[in-house]
Design a protein around this ligand. Structure first.
Ligand code: GDP
Ligand code: MG
Length: 282
């Protein structure tokens, strides 16, 4: 719990290719255009980590992936409409680092420390990547029997299983440091537009349907201290080569939306952050 006047530290995390960088870049566009519920509270904040993504989006193109070997951890000092101050940790790690963390339990200590010390966590999950996920839980047993032996083709660990493992590791490490109750959690289902769902679909229902293992782990561990939202940082699918003129005309700062727990969409991309700050007060 944080007292009034103190900073709320919020850590965002998620596997590679789940939309972290595009979300960060679009949030900054909103902040600069004063079209969202938060502002930067330090004028000289260095946000150059997002320059390249923003430049690409401004040209109507999808950004390239974070180059391999690059690790940038951006801290955004923000303030909301109620005068609450928050520090948002936006990690950017190339390639497979989260996966490596889960497989080898080795990850930059700094990142682990920041995440564990945060008052609230945002987990970004892209449902489309998990959809084709098949693993030991979903494979018919007949398939397993048919597989030739000793070929090392074990069913790979599912995205859901990896995320549960990651959350468990973070919780465990936190427990060891005796930090008390679980930090509130906002699960953000990213790239919502690419799912082509009927309007009004509730993000919590989608999580239950498409990621049932993750959903039940979160429900049993967090209960009412977790909520699920949808996010389309861009509003549309962009391409790396083919310029989207309509996107340029509309402006990146006017593109994208959040889907609230009740299924309503809202263009304010800061909603998951403000909601988490609300939850970390209780
Ligand atoms: N359709 C759609 N795709 C998106 C959106 N945001 C990100 N993406 C896709 O997700 C990919 C990974 O995004 P990125 O921000 O680089 O993920 P990161 O590795 O987690 O930082 C991009 O290359 C896009 O294909 C969105 O709002 N809508
Ligand atoms: Mg990235």
């Amino acid at each position: 719990m944080t007292g009034l006047g103190s900073k709320v530290r919020i850590a965002l995390f998620g596997e590679s290719d789940n939309g972290k960088s595009h979300y960060g870049a679009q949030l900054l566009e909103r902040i600069e255009a004063e079209k969202c519920g938060i502002k930067l509270r330090v004028a000289a904040t260095d946000v150059s980590a997002f320059d390249e993504v923003r430049r690409r989006l401004g040209a109507g193109l999808l950004a390239e992936h974070t180059p391999s070997g690059v690790y940038q951890d951006l801290i955004l000092p923000v303030i909301d409409a109620h005068g609450r101050t928050m520090d948002l940790t936006w990690p950017d790690y190339a390639g497979e680092q989260i996966r490596q963390l889960i497989d080898s339990r080795a990850m930059k200590q700094e990142w682990l420390d920041r995440t564990q010390a945060a008052h609230g966590w945002i987990l970004l999950v892209r449902p489309k990547l998990a959809k084709s996920d098949d693993d030991i839980f979903s494979k018919p047993l007949g398939d397993l029997r048919r597989a030739p032996e000793n070929q090392g083709n074990k069913p790979r660990q599912s995205i859901q299983a990896r995320l549960v493992e990651l959350l468990q590791m973070l919780l465990h490490a936190r427990g060891l440091h005796d930090r008390g109750a679980v930090p509130p959690l906002v699960v953000v289902l990213s790239c919502w537009d690419e799912l082509h769902l009927p309007g009004g679909t509730k993000p919590g229902d989608l999580l239950d349907q498409q990621l049932p293992l993750l959903a039940s782990f979160i429900r049993s561990t967090w209960g009412p201290r977790a909520c699920v939202m949808g996010l389309s940082a861009l509003g549309v699918e962009l391409d790396k080569k083919e310029v989207n003129d309509a996107f340029i005309d509309r402006g990146p700062e006017n593109s994208g939306f959040v889907v609230e727990a009740d299924g309503r969409s809202d263009p304010d991309l800061s909603i998951p952050i403000v909601r988490l700050a609300d939850m970390s007060r209780n």
